[in-house]
Design a protein around this ligand. Sequence first.
Ligand code: ADQ
Length: 750
Amino acid sequence: MADRLARFIEKNLADRKLIIVSNREPYAHRKSGPTVKIEKPAGGLTSAMDDVLNITGGTWVAWGSGNADRDAVDLDDRVAVPPDHPSYTLKRVWLTPGEVENYYHGYSNQVLWPLCHITLDRVYFRKRFWEDYARANRSFAAAVLEEASDDAVIWVHDYHLCLVPQLVREKRPGATIAHFWHIPWPDWSVFRICPQAKEVLEGLLGNDLIGFQIPLFVKNFLDCVKECLDADVDYHKLTVTYHGRITALKAFPISVDYEKFSAMASTRRIEAAIRDIRKKYGLSGYTGIGVDRLEYTKALLKRLQALYLFFERYEKFRRKFTFIQIAVPTRMKEPYLSYQKTVEEYILRINEKFGTSDWLPIVYIDTKVEHKDLVAYYRMADVAIISSIYDGMNLVAKEYVASQADRKGALILSEFAGAADELDGAVLVNPYDVEEFSSSLRKALTMPQPDRERRMDQLRKHVKEHDIYKWIHDVLHEIVDVAEREQNRSRYLFDHEIGFRAAISQVQPFLFLDFDGTLAPIAESPDKAVLSHTMHALVTRLKDRIPLAIVSGRGIDDVRRRVGIEDIIYAGNHGSEIWSAGQTLVSQQSSPDRMALEELLRRLSSALSHIPGVLIEDKGVTASIHYRTVGIKNLADFSDLFNRIARDYEKTFRITSGKKVVEIRPLNAWNKGDAVSWILEQLGGGRTPMYIGDDVTDEDAFQVLKGRGGVSVSVGGSVHADYYLRRQDEVEPFLESMASLVGAGVPSRA
Ligand code: ADQ
């Protein structure tokens, strides 16, 4: 898998600079007596990202937190790393002690961390936290800007740096910026507590791509944007369009270096190490393992409560089962110090209550254990316990699985850890239900060996196939795709009006206009959409000067009635009908797929009938399923049911999502692009097409225009249009300026 990633990087990222941005640095210089030591954090993610930069070169921007870091950098705060074979640049950002306090311990760890983990009474907000968070983010962004040209690929990590994407975007509009959010994203009822909900979301929407651990967090994020910002949220495409920019969202479950753990766990050395551990702690019988930062969201207390109950309820396990808790102190401030004290007191209580002269129920190791040594604990343990009350993923679960070379262990996993989404074969527990939790521990320890092996085989297969290299590959692959889309992305029309006017004044235009979302604002339901008087007058003025066609997803009669201007051309049903001067010129109404469409609509109507707000519009050849007024609670249900049925018709229909509407069209029916081509060939008189539309179905027309030297304008974001307008209410002023331009006499009606 690592080789595949290396090949992908060499092929796709060789000519663009990759910049990683994270709070923690991959190498820290620390004074150790008279010498300076270089520390490398043990984390699997850091070392995998380090591998990537070793291949690509590039820069890693991070906080210089080591006490000898300043001595190691050059005048631009850079140092070449890895120290023994430098292949990329580490650029350090300096934070004042006050910023560390307020940005890191304050806003990051006392506001965003507890908020995202829904431990709401731990959220502690101070104004100065936010001020320094914003200041520190500006420092990170400034460092990125010093390194990044306009075509850089920038990959930001985690919740410390929410504002960086937007700050960088303002100065480097052409850069590709992606973010991975390592922790959960809560739903809106929780996120709305954040006093800076809007600023945080806006900062993140500077990204082209935001990755989350599991689909639930993607959905929660979309809900928050929908509730908090005036943005266009697409639950099918998983995109947000805000101020004309598109941000894509996707779930990428993070993982571990399976081969490394598996190989380390299969050596002879490990067996000797296990013997040493057993001897050191006097272990006989079963063992369990917990490996965590001393972090309240990992719920060590719930785990200890379950262990207490376990020893109380199942006496036969006393002296036969020992639980080893490896807990590394973290963040070393309140509330962590109190939490550590409570955990340690609870362990003492269990050991005093159930321990004997030659057996301790709980062995407590309160230091960091290097992965190479940790593997022996993982391999030895009959059971591992992950009890998080909420967790983005939880890598310990996957490290344990990867280290179970002899497949005899069982994994007890909180259903609230992201890993539970993927790890079929684990024994899932609700950590709040401590009684059930203690029964699950018994179940795991008494599970017949063939069952354990079957479950562990299933788990190992999954982690092997979805390791950290696949994760990086998948994220980078998506980043490259987004970058490609970005290259073709359109420009905001009012920022480029001079160029646009120059382009138009050189040619004789033929104007194509979409109706819903372009000439008329999107209405709650399709029957409520109306053309304003001013827009009607404007279109009338334009059609007197240049040839003009309305191209709509609506049926011909419907759109003609709504526009109310007779001497222009209409294309309806997404292009499968064309009408002009009182007669139908093209009609594909007798579609051979009519029966299939009826069947599909029948199935949808019965499956979706319980969801208020779904509107099924049968337009003969095509159909539209509107869900604009479906409540936020029902959206996931709607999309799940819809997709399940739609899958059966992929070979017959083209199914695309528009603005709160899904369009269903026969695969062989004409689209808007076909209609535009036909109109230009038959009626165009050699004119240059100009097209304005807002919908995904307009993309077909935009593509046709590209091949004909035309000019396309999308309302909202677009993949293929040359220019975009931010909102529908910008269409009128734009058409006004068009009218004055063509009225000046240069291009006229043929
Ligand atoms: P964490 O909450 O820090 O990170 P987690 O997934 O629990 O991460 O992994 C912890 C890592 O630290 C593991 O690699 C583990 O081996 C190591 N570790 C823990 N205790 C240790 C000890 N005593 N000695 C040595 N190593 C120890 C966040 C999110 C997670 C998400 C990760 C990655 O909170 O949900 O899985 O990022 O995206």
